[in-house]
Design a protein around this ligand. Sequence first.
Ligand code: AR6
Length: 512
Amino acid sequence: QDAGRRPADMFPFKELKKEPDCHLQLDTLFPSPCHTVLIDTDQFQRGRLVPYKGHHVWDSNHVKLPLLNLKTSMDSRWSVVQKSLKKLSSGGSKVRDVQMAINSYNQKHSMEWPFDALYSYVTDVQKKENNFSLVISKMAQLALELPDLIKHPIPLLKQNHSHAITLSQVQISCLLANAFFCTFPHRNTMKHGSEYANFPTINFSRLFGDASRRKTQKLRAIFHYFNTVTGKDTKPDGLVTFERICIALPDLPQWKRQTETLTNLHVSPQGTIEEEGAGMLQVDFACKFVGGGVLGAGLVQEEIRFLMNPELIVARLFTEKLADNECLKITGIQRYSVSYGYSDTFEWQGPYVDNTKRDEWKRRYCQIVAIDALSFKDPREQYTKENIRRELNKAYVGFRRNPNTPADYTPAIATGNWGCGAFNGDPKLKALIQMMAAAVAQRDLAYFTFGNKEQALEVQKMYKYLKNNSITVGKLYQILNDYCKHFSQHPRQPRGLYEYVTEAAGVHTSQL
Ligand code: AR6
């Protein structure tokens, strides 16, 4: 960064803690009641990746795989899937064959699922990039490996329970190939009250319809991923962990009593969470249904991240909608693509060769945390005590350190205008909220304002003032609550937030 234009007292970026430099050696990988490992850990210690064995179950606590369908005749769905995918795996398939295959075991939806986006992708770009029928045949073979690769039930990460799942990148690729071919049973209806209404969609059907430029770009990223994971020399060979973290309400901070002052902050208009935030805990500006519109039309921060790192998409298979006191942390994902632009200008640019080192569990040093901000139809709604507390708690759940890891071994947080795009939040308020949560979690922050230089200067100035005056989180919380009162009394012409905070903090300091 250009030191000449750096706001005064900026915490040096280089000094923020990052993995692997701050890494604390992990214990041996082993399953436990709160950690399901889908590979055999004994074999793993000997350097082999072998699926962990078990008995598949068909119940409300586990992913329903297409392999079993005890309600009707045994294996009936899988035998149709097998027959259809075997045809595709033999090569020479066109989009119409893919459509027929998918419809063969989703007959109820065959009239309502359009495939125009897939047709248009093939016509527009596919011929130039890779051979459609060849990729489809490799993907079909991968999907057919499901019974060999997934031998243990996959728990659903349900609300109110902290639980982690570790699986191999190959297992993920196989589950995603099944998602692409829409083989997962009971996952096509999102209607209120339906079995999986509280879960994100996982079958890719929505990606194939409503052709648009966005869909074509998404499909380029998705096909590139499948082409890579089915390549002889490019097949990934690591592990990934998905951890749902739930903090019970009594264990959340008592905000007005918190005595911490702010931790170190580096604000920058340049850079992005995924690039400059490498090695830090990277915030995913999530939807409570993780992945948001990645399989539909959405194409902002979360969706772009899921397309560049498609292993994230598998979280949708097992992660129930996040509650206010929950987050999802993902460790070890790989990046496959490079993109350009944002939203309507988004474009898949090409392959990315990820050389990120791996930890003792063969997971890449890349950790993401999905936290969903509140979505405000009317931005004025955010200045209430309840909404501010909700956002503080949510940020804290995402930022909290592993209780067994000392602060010195915990990376900083890479974040930015969380909740301030599609969700209409106020970046000034969200920056303060995240600084407060980071202070209680005892972690430093890298804050990327995504090109906004003015915001970067304002945030830095506000931070410096609070820090220099040793304003505690509890005091700041009280000031924010006072601002909410002020706001409700002057909803049309409230005072600027930072101006108000500066003044209130100044009065407080002078009274000390
Ligand atoms: N690095 C840093 N900042 C970024 C980046 C990046 N890579 N990308 C965007 N920003 P938004 P939200 C900034 O709208 O409001 C999705 O559909 C940029 O200034 O993605 O929390 C989810 O699934 C942008 O305006 O987050 C949810 O449903 C701002 O961050 C919903 O959107 C907010 O990005 C979440 O919306």
